[in-house]
Design a protein around this ligand. Structure first.
Ligand SMILES: Cc1ncc(COP(=O)(O)O)c(C=O)c1O
Length: 410
């Protein structure tokens, strides 16, 4: 019999069992069934409430069920959901126009996820190089980086665990350590088609790229006629307190291409590649595409998100600096908490011990976070948190950390 019941009567255990039985086991999920969500909280099956400081890995930046998002979706559902890229609709160009004015770049290609945005950026770089010389196809990327799960995006992901099972990957990718100026200089040459990196590495442990490294990348890209690509899938769209994370560095390091996804459509799937006219000219009709990309519904919500973003930025900076000041207390009061990483509402709490055991402890106490790079607790709260939410999160972290590192915990 097919069990199609999704009502609350279908118990949490049955939901987990069915998932284990029928869904490909490619995710290591935490033991939590989410029934619904509202504002900055997720709700479990038995009335438990969780402060959502993961926001769906940076997607739900406006929190859950934001009234403006609900209204935009509802309105668009009754107007136009999908018509494919065979035809025009009003929303796609409107989002592209807004992204152009925010970024200083000219054009946008739309897709449905971060990995697809990275794929498109790689095709643009390789097409750009090939139009200049047959051997100009190399990509320079960073160790510890993360670009997604498709074959192209794992080819520029600097973490063997994601790459090795699927080798051989795209040839000609050179990896350099984040912020290693000499290694970057060595790696970029006349055969380089593109340099790609996250201004703040997310999955790699909330590692900030320095202004010097970015400025050198810009200089080397220009000198070797390669494209400079910033992967802002996780750190972009307000997360760090500026629209794009690279804007913190000033004008010396402006990119040719930016990849975006996660929060852009406030929870609906979307990906975007924003690029210069010259980069965009690589893709003529038929050279790249997506059935769902830039659909009317996702773009309508993206417009709503981009409408709200400017007024959210000062708020993000204010609440981020409050949260950071409260988190500094944790660093001061636990010797195995060695520092804070990141900017704005992209925060890493660096530990000198493995961090994964603290994640279920926090969940038990009502706070959702995760652990990256083995020893960094990652917080990606929604942009709409208030001081009381920051206080609640820090209180729970304090309690979880007070139980000590895993080997000494009871
Ligand atoms: C920097 C970065 N790039 C690309 C991706 C891939 O995005 P998606 O999971 O939407 O394909 C991610 C996902 O976490 C990311 O953090």
């Amino acid at each position: 019999m097919v069990m199609a019941d999704t009502s609350p009567r279908f118990g949490a255990e049955q939901i987990v069992e069915r998932d284990h039985r029928y869904v490909v086991r490619s995710y290591g999920r935490y033991p939590l069934v989410v029934r619904r969500a509202e504002g900055v909280y997720l709700h479990g099956p038995n009335g438990q409430r969780y402060l959502d400081f993961m926001s769906g890995i940076g997607v739900m930046a406006l929190g859950h069920s934001h009234p403006r998002v609900v209204a935009a979706i509802t309105d668009q559902l009754g107007t136009l959901v999908h018509c494919s890229n065979l035809y025009y609709h009003p929303n796609q160009g409107a989002v592209a126009e807004r992204l152009a004015s925010l970024s200083g770049l000219q054009r946008t290609f739309f897709c449905n996820s971060g990995a697809e945005a990275v794929e498109a950026a790689l095709k643009i770089a390789k097409g750009y190089g090939r139009a200049r010389d047959e051997d100009k196809h190399e990509i320079v990327a960073l160790r510890d980086s993360f670009g997604g799960r498709t074959l192209g995006s794992i080819s520029v992901t600097g973490q063997p665990k994601y790459r090795s099972p699927f080798a051989p990957l795209i040839p000609g990718v050179r990896f350099v350590a984040p912020n290693d100026l000499a290694a970057l200089e060595d790696a970029v040459g006349e055969n380089t088609a593109g340099i790609i990196f996250e201004p703040i590495l997310g999955e790699g442990g909330i590692v900030q790229i320095t202004a010097e490294f970015a400025a050198l990348a810009r200089q080397l890209a220009t000198a070797s006629d390669a494209l400079l690509i910033y992967d802002e899938v996780q750190c972009g769209m307000g997360r760090t307190g500026t629209v794009f994370a690279f804007q913190e560095w000033g004008g010396d390091s402006a990119p040719d291409v930016i990849t975006l996804a996660k929060p852009l459509a406030a929870g609906l799937p979307i990906g975007a590649v924003v690029c210069s006219d010259s980069a965009a000219s690589v893709l003529g009709p038929g050279m790249h595409g997506s059935t769902f990309g830039g659909g009317a519904l996702a773009c309508r919500v993206a417009l709503e998100f981009l409408d709200m973003l400017p007024e959210l930025l000062p708020r993000i900076r204010e609440i981020a600096s409050y949260l950071r000041s409260r988190l500094e207390d944790l660093v001061a009061s636990h010797d195995f908490v060695t520092g804070l990483r990141g900017r704005g509402l992209m925060v890493g709490i660096e530990l000198s011990v493995p961090g994964s055991a603290f994640v279920p402890r926090c969940q038990e106490l009502g706070l959702l976070i995760n652990c990256t790079a083995g020893n960094v607790l990652r917080l990606l709260p929604p942009f709409v948190i208030e001081r009381e939410h920051a206080d609640e999160a820090v209180g729970i972290l304090e309690e979880a950390l007070s139980q000590g590192p895993p080997d000494t915990a009871s």
